[in-house]
Design a protein around this ligand. Structure first.
Ligand code: SF4
Length: 370
């Protein structure tokens, strides 16, 4: 498998917790930016001859704030530069309040068959507190347009004053609107964001409270039939995100646009986060790459394990041996011994973190890094 990621760095306004690469107030750059993304694809295309891509993901930012014709044009560009598999999964992220019937129809005609809606919470006061520019009613309107479609909605836990009743209301609403996939993320206070001050002031729930919210949310989602397949991702059977599964299986991907990362032929490279610099590089026929590293075998092994152990399916020891020519048990003997009570082996020869410890996998994975 291989995926394509397109970063659309425009938003209506900056959310209080956001440190993603997004530029509110610069939507006027969209036409020039998308022309640069197309040019970047043309620069990369010759090195990908023969490679088949089976997922595409438009993320952001807010891809749905720009005119749908730029997304449609980008899909045409992808098809002209790369081989897209028959039945490829193509996803676009959208925010409530930025879509209408015409936009969704245009996406559908371009071959987009999966949508990811940024809701976060079904409590309007909390949306306002987060600096989101939409309301719960906007989310319901967006869902009307997505009726019968394959779509995800994002939920955030660990918000100021958030109770489990708030999370339950959010999950129930999403389920009632027909989402096939729900992502549950704990709010991370990033240094430099306005929300970080709330964190410093002790206004956010502590780690134990968030862990408790997560555990109860997990139980609720399971009761609705959403299966957890990765620590933050839950899907109805067969509706897992193939694009994200490819990341966790350490598959290859190509990223285009500002701040986008790629992993191809054993190298990982990342574009500049600076919009002006990105455009300048592309216009002067330079790759906008600021980081480029060949992944050593040792790092590759750790990445493989770290990514696989985030998932419910875990790591296939046989696949590990095929890829690296060595035994997982031997390479990570010390870490496995130390964490033996948190790990289990399945009859299919997979190694995974026990269900009840998956949420705290970071604490376990530290030992595998050493
Ligand atoms: S919509 Fe998303 S990318 Fe845009 S500012 Fe909010 S959190 Fe950041």
């Amino acid at each position: 498998m291989a995926g394509i990621y397109i970063h659309i760095p425009f938003c209506k306004a900056k959310c209080r917790y956001c440190d993603f690469t997004s530029y509110p107030g610069k939507i006027g750059f969209a036409e020039a930016y998308m022309a640069c993304v197309y040019k970047e694809m043309k620069l990369r295309a010759p090195s990908c001859k023969g490679k088949v891509f089976d997922t595409v993901y438009f993320g952001g930012g807010t891809p749905s704030v720009i005119d749908a014709k730029w997304i449609v044009g980008c899909m045409n560009g992808i098809r002209s530069c790369f081989r897209l598999a028959e039945g490829a999964e193509v996803t676009v992220e959208l925010n409530p309040g930025t879509v209408d019937r015409e936009k969704i129809d245009a996406y559908r005609r371009a071959g987009i068959g999966r949508f990811s809606v940024g809701l976060q919470t079904a409590v309007d006061a909390q949306l306002e507190e987060l600096g989101r520019v939409h309301t719960v009613a906007d989310f319901v309107e967006a869902c009307k347009l997505l009726k019968g479609e394959n779509f995800n909605a994002d939920v955030m836990i660990g918000l100021k004053g958030q109770t489990f009743a708030d999370v339950e209301k959010t999950v129930r609403l999403i389920h009632d609107q027909g989402a096939s996939h729900i992502s549950v993320y704990a709010l991370t206070p990033e240094d430099g964001t306005p929300l970080y001050t709330d964190y410093l002031n002790g206004e956010l729930p502590d780690g134990d409270e968030v862990a408790d919210l997560y555990a109860r949310t997990y139980a609720l989602l399971s009761s609705f039939g959403y299966r957890r397949y990765e620590v933050s991702n839950f899907a109805l059977p067969g509706r897992e995100s193939r694009h994200n599964l490819n990341y966790w299986r350490r598959g290859e991907y190509l990223g285009f646009g500002v701040a986008a990362s790629s992993f191809l032929f054993g190298r990982r490279f990342t574009n500049t986060r600076d919009l002006d610099e990105y455009i300048k590089c592309i216009l002067t026929d330079h790759y906008p790459v600021v980081d480029d590293e060949v992944i050593s075998e040792e790092d590759a092994k750790f990445e493989k394990v770290m990514l696989a152990l985030r998932t419910a399916e875990g790591l296939s020891a046989a696949e590990y041996k095929r890829e690296f020519g060595s035994e997982f048990d031997r390479d990570f003997e010390g870490a496995i011994k130390k964490n033996i009570r948190f790990i289990e082996k399945t009859e299919q020869g997979r190694v995974r973190i026990k269900d009840e410890y998956l949420y705290v996998q970071n604490r376990i994975l530290v030992d595998f890094l050493q």
